[in-house]
Design a protein around this ligand. Structure first.
Ligand code: FAD
Length: 476
């Protein structure tokens, strides 16, 4: 019998349409699946119980799905190249397969694994999987990376898309008992407290149910009109599934194409078709930010726009704490933050409102908010989170200038006119008439017992923010 190959699972925790796994299964009669847990210290302060609990559930579900195929997930812990080396020696594997990751940590580790395979003289197969188009595949006419979304997205949309591969029927026999595995992890592995948020159900099957629901219930077909309204489900809620690769991006794209016609093959009404195109353009945002991080890795530490490097952020720690606990006295901001604390997720409109409030009304450094979101979000994704924060702070890859400062009261009136979202997450306000939720209350008169007065005056803070930006520009 030929020697086995390893499939190194990373952010691709599924069997269906998993590119590297598909090729591994085609190439060998025995694929040994492995997942390598990171050391807890590596992520200290950059993740939290919500996302790690989701990961634990996803690994449990993956292990079960592999068992159903007669295989066995091997779990190890440590630096990926060192653990893979051990496994290659133990199993006599003749190749390593994995799907590419595009953030700086993932890339650095891939390089080490490639070097390892060269040193051991075995094959190393890395595949495109988590994106429809890799960062180097979407470039300007002169071969340069885009710095702005709109031209990037036009190019991205025009490129042909790959079809899904299906699911391997077998991975061959499980690794022998001599190849040991750690038990499935719990939060203790990362020395994290229990997860108290109501996070989504983990695993490939639950993710497929979410995709099915999004399409068959009509949310996709109304997406263009409703996606900015945070009350109820108006978006796909698939970001955690994309974060961990519970669903394939090719499959999501294909389902969207199929949804352009109804069951009898008749084209959907124009508005529904436009909604589907709008949704696909959102998928391009995800890849745009991955490309930004790929081409400009300095964004992790620094402002993307050179003009704003070193911009001062005079906000205080106590201001930050009020924001982080959802007690700013701005109902829409507090609702967003409380949704995050209770579920590990937040609607996109609210991510923009809360991020802009922290940076432009409270003048706190976007890096603090970025880290806090990474600690809370189930879908915490380095590229999208950094991109979203820099966009909101006015320092990012954005065509709009820094003086676009959204007014939280107007945002509230526009996107939650009946206050349904606010009342869901800030129960103290449930009896307050909706109209009163979207304007500052009279001085000294809180909206409800126990609910704080607005901590700042938006107009005054807007002026202060503009002055900080202008002064920095002048002094450069
Ligand atoms: P849908 O509206 O259904 O969109 C479909 C998919 O498109 C999403 O699942 C996501 O993969 C992608 N997408 C949509 N909008 C964006 C966007 N603006 N940027 C990048 N991708 C997008 N998204 C994350 O996945 N992880 C993060 O850590 C993250 N942090 C953010 C931080 C800030 C400050 C902001 C403003 C946005 C952030 N986003 C992040 C983007 C966006 O808010 C979420 O992707 C979206 O809310 C997820 O909900 P959904 O799946 O229902 O989205």
């Amino acid at each position: 019998m030929s020697r086995p190959v390893l499939h190194w699972f990373r952010r691709d925790l599924r069997l269906t349409d998993n590119t590297a796994l598909h090729h591994a299964a085609k190439s060998s009669a025995q694929v040994i699946p492995v997942y390598i847990l990171s050391d807890w210290k590596q992520h200290h302060g950059w993740t939290g119980p919500n996302r790690q609990q989701f990961l634990c559930g996803n690994l449990e579900s993956l292990a079960k799905n592999l068992e159903a195929l007669g295989s066995r997930l091997i779990i190890r812990c440590g630096r990926a190249d060192a653990e893979l080396e051990r496994l290659i020696r133990e199993t006599q594997a003749e190749a390593v397969y994995f799907n590419r990751d595009y953030d700086p940590y993932g890339r650095a580790m891939e390089k080490r694994v490639q070097e390892l395979c060269t040193r051991l003289d075995i094959e190393c197969h890395s595949h495109q999987d988590s994106v429809l188009h890799e960062p180097d595949a979407v470039l300007t006419g002169s071969g340069l990376p885009y710095r702005v979304y709109t031209p990037y997205s036009k190019n991205w949309l025009n490129q042909p898309k790959t079809a899904p591969h299906g699911r391997p029927r077998t991975l061959g026999p499980a690794a022998p008992a001599t190849v040991t595995s750690l038990p499935l992890p719990t939060l203790e592995h990362w020395q994290l407290p229990p997860c108290t948020a109501q996070i989504p159900a983990p695993g490939e099957r639950a993710a497929r149910e979410r995709l099915k629901h999004f399409i068959s219930s009509g949310i996709l077909h109304r997406y263009g009109q409703e996606r900015n309204l945070p009350a109820g489900q108006t978006t796909s809620m698939l970001s955690p599934d994309l974060r961990y690769g519970l669903l394939s991006i090719r499959e999501i794209y294909q389902r969207c194409q199929e949804a352009l016609v109804d069951e009898s093959g008749k084209p959907q009404p124009a508005a529904a078709q436009a909604s589907i195109q709008t949704y696909i353009k959102e998928l391009a945002w995800r890849e745009f930010y991955m490309a930004i991080l790929w081409h400009y890795p300095h964004v992790f530490e620094q402002e993307f726009a050179p003009d704003w490097v070193g911009l001062p952020w005079p906000g205080t720690d106590s201001d930050f704490q009020r924001w982080a606990t959802g007690t700013t006295g701005f109902p829409i901001v507090d609702a967003g933050m409380r949704q995050l604390l209770k579920t590990g997720l937040m609607h996109n409109r609210l991510r923009m409102i809360t991020a802009m409030f922290l940076t432009k009304d409270l003048h706190c450094d976007w890096r603090l908010g970025e880290a806090f979101f990474m600690q809370q979000l189930v879908d915490g994704e380095n590229a999208s989170n950094n991109g979203g924060w820099q966009w909101s702070a006015g320092t990012g890859a954005d065509a709009a200038p820094y003086f676009r400062i959204q007014n939280p009261w107007l945002q509230s009136a526009r996107f939650d006119p009946d206050g349904l979202y606010i009342k869901q997450w800030v129960p103290e306000l449930k009896d307050v008439p909706a109209a009163l939720l979207h304007e500052p209350p009279k001085p000294g008169l809180p909206l409800a017992k126990g609910y704080p007065l607005p901590m700042v005056d938006h107009h005054a803070e807007r002026d202060r923010c503009l002055a900080i930006f202008a002064k920095h520009k002048e002094e450069r």
